[in-house]
Design a binder for this molecule. Structure first.
Ligand SMILES: Cc1ncc(COP(=O)(O)O)c(C=O)c1O
Length: 450
């Protein structure tokens, strides 16, 4: 029999409707979104569920306030109670990531990256990063933050089979081209970077080393991936809502203070580029929520990070056994939360991910090495953070792989949708955090409107 399709959105309220028609339309869409996620298997590598106790901070009055500057030296009054919060959250971040410095004001991974680039470089500098088709983020490219800063972008040679930097060739390139900034980190981040060699080569030419941990911050916090700050990178930028299941926000960590090749001191340069450079206000409710997530991570992150990686590996194996071309089979598919699959034989990434969505499997299309179109690429990217957060383990990965495969080959949508829903119904609580009564996709309680 199977399940009926997810409903189409209702028509927009007409322009001559009562203003409250928009309120009702918006509330309906949010409820519909919640109902879809309740029934779907979430497989986006960059998404996660913030804990209920961290989410409680979103509705605090902090959401309504400004706090430009640093604790104790603000441009606004009203921060007497907030200032110690920010100081404590920075301390929690320094403790978890064993970092001498933390700035918790960036509002996203991208705003952290832009702030970092303004701190550590100047227009015309040579900036080296992985290539887009090897999993780099747009902020590292000419048309992203790096270009906005006026940097000359160069890309490291990569190993297409593993979506990794070819370290040996990269080291030679760093020696030859003498970049001002060596950036590492990816949006398809399957394996740790061989940091020792890159850091040594970068030091030889006095380049600043920036690590983008947007995807792998939670794996680093759980001690399961690599330890960039301990290994000696200058600074680390990240989102706080991917494998680190915090609020949608950003963070910059940095190593011991030192003078950079642009003549600035590292810590001071970060402080002033975050504010007044790139941000004005920095979303104080999210800083408080980040504090809760950091505290929870002290207790749960090791187990959570291990399980994310184990689940991703198990899912890779199960997909491979069904004939799907998962990258890096010889290397165990992944050492992170992410898998990359070549689905050109199933109609390509765009077709496969759209079909999957209609079956209740939420993933994204992704470029593979050699692809030129990000709109119509050959691959899909699959991640384990959210389903792991819901308590799924290796045993469930085989059923998830079966559903992904059935949807890719075009089996009955309604049956796949039904099996996805039945599996999902058993996993509706958020794990690896202090428990509450709430379910993972509880919809907001809207006030009655007459
Ligand atoms: C490697 C990398 N850096 C930065 C970002 C940007 O993070 P945000 O979405 O928080 O701006 C992403 C986002 O997916 C990413 O993958």
């Amino acid at each position: 029999m199977g399940d009926v399709p997810f409903p189409e959105p209702p028509a927009f309220p007409p322009s001559n409707a009562e203003p409250s028609a928009s309120l009702h339309w918006l509330q309906n869409q949010v409820m519909q979104h919640h109902r879809r996620f309740e029934k779907s298997i979430p497989l986006i590598a960059s998404e996660n569920l913030v804990s209920p106790r961290a989410a409680e901070m979103f509705c605090s009055d902090l959401h309504n306030r400004y706090a430009e500057g640093l604790p104790g030296s603000r441009y606004y009054e009203g921060n007497a109670d907030y200032d110690p919060i920010e100081t404590h959250v920075e301390d929690l971040a320094k403790r978890l990531f064993k970092s001498p410095f933390a700035d918790v004001r960036p509002v996203s991974g991208t705003s952290a990256n832009i702030s970092a680039l303004f701190a550590i470089s100047k227009p015309g500098d040579v900036f080296m990063a992985p290539e887009l088709a090897a999993g780099a983020h747009i902020s590292t490219q000419r048309f992203g933050a790096a270009g906005l800063r006026g940097l000359q972008t160069m890309t490291y040679p990569s190993i297409p089979e593993t979506m990794s930097i070819d370290t040996q060739l990269a080291v030679e390139m760093i020696g030859r081209e003498k970049p001002n900034v060596c950036y590492v980190g990816q949006s398809v981040f399957l394996f740790p970077v061989e940091l020792d060699s890159i850091i040594e080569a970068a030091r030889e030419v006095n380049a600043t080393i920036m690590y983008d941990a947007a995807h792998v911050l939670g794996l680093i916090g759980g001690g399961c991936f690599q330890d960039p700050i301990g290994d000696g990178v200058d600074l680390l930028c990240a989102s706080t809502h991917k494998t680190f299941a915090g609020p949608q926000h950003g963070i910059i960590l940095a190593n011991e203070d030192r003078e950079l090749n642009n003549g600035k001191r590292l810590h001071r340069a970060i402080r002033s580029s975050v504010f007044p450079g790139v941000h004005s206000n920095h979303h104080l409710h999210n800083v408080a929520a980040l504090g809760v997530s950091l505290a929870e991570a002290q207790e749960f992150q090791v187990d959570y990070a291990k399980q994310m990686i184990s689940n991703a590996k198990a899912l890779g194996e199960s997909l491979w056994n069904r004939g799907m071309k998962v990258f890096a089979a010889d290397q165990g598919f992944t050492e992170s939360h992410t898998l990359l699959v070549d689905v050109s034989g199933f109609g390509g990434g765009a077709e496969v991910s759209l079909r999957a969505e209609s079956c209740g499997l939420v993933m994204n299309k992704n470029m593979l090495p050699g692809d030129t179109s990000a709109i119509n690429p050959s691959g899909i990217r699959i991640g384990s953070p959210e389903m792991t957060r819901l308590g799924m383990k290796e045993d469930e990965m085989d059923e998830v792989a079966e559903l992904i495969h059935l949807s890719a080959v075009g089996e009955s949508d309604s049956e796949v949708r039904q099996r996805a829903r039945i599996l999902k119904e058993q996993f509706n609580r958020i794990h690896y955090c202090w428990p509450t009564e709430s379910s993972a996709y509880d919809a907001p309680k809207f006030s009655p409107f007459n």
